[in-house]
Design a binder for this molecule. Structure first.
Ligand SMILES: [Mg+2]
Length: 185
């Protein structure tokens, strides 16, 4: 079968990693409980930043957020390697900005995820992911972001939502822990 995965906050814990970086940079000590109760993908509100300041902060820190030591979610790397070992195809579909695509692919490989060069798609807008998912004829696709998931209703690929505080309203098969992935297939 063909499996497609978003990367940020689906396979790796990027927002929480960024939250810790914001604490350091802004000299704050906001608790993880604030992070876990966020109802938005964006993380700036608890730091008292406006949307404009928040998006500027994200842009300014982006390279550091992406390419330092952001951890993968537990069992995500093993799960994807297990799929490849069983003969399945694994694809990555990330809307990270174009200028970071090459570096992202190398970083994802370095973490131990199985990456075939032709199976890595990057730099599209959220709403453009559907075209790639359709053209690849994926059997399954996993993402965390409501704006993406909402475009994927009612078509051939089975969509799984990676559980996050900001996507509780999405009614799809829900992946909480990567060790349970196989149970959703
Ligand atoms: Mg994501």
């Amino acid at each position: 079968m063909k499996f497609g995965f978003d990367i940020d906050d689906t396979l790796i814990n990027l927002r929480e990693h960024a939250f810790h970086l914001y604490n350091k940079k802004l000299n704050k000590e906001l608790g993880i409980d604030l992070f876990l109760s966020l109802s938005t993908v964006e993380i700036h509100a608890p730091f008292g930043l406006t949307d404009e300041q928040g998006s500027q902060m994200w842009m300014d820190c982006m390279e550091e957020i992406y390419f330092t030591d952001c951890p993968a979610f537990a069992d995500a790397i093993d799960t994807l390697n297990g799929l490849v070992a069983e003969g399945h195809e694994v694809f990555y579909i990330t809307s990270r900005p174009k200028q970071y695509c090459w570096q992202t692919r190398e970083w994802v490989k370095a973490q131990g995820f199985p990456v075939k060069d032709g199976n890595f798609f990057c730099g599209m807008a959220d709403h453009e992911k559907i075209k790639i998912i359709q053209s690849l004829e994926l059997d399954y696709y996993v993402d965390d972001k409501p704006a993406v998931l909402e475009t994927l209703a009612e078509f051939g690929t089975k969509v799984i939502v990676k559980n996050q505080s900001y996507n509780q309203q999405i009614e799809l098969p829900r992946l909480v822990d990567w060790c349970e992935f196989k149970n959703l297939l």
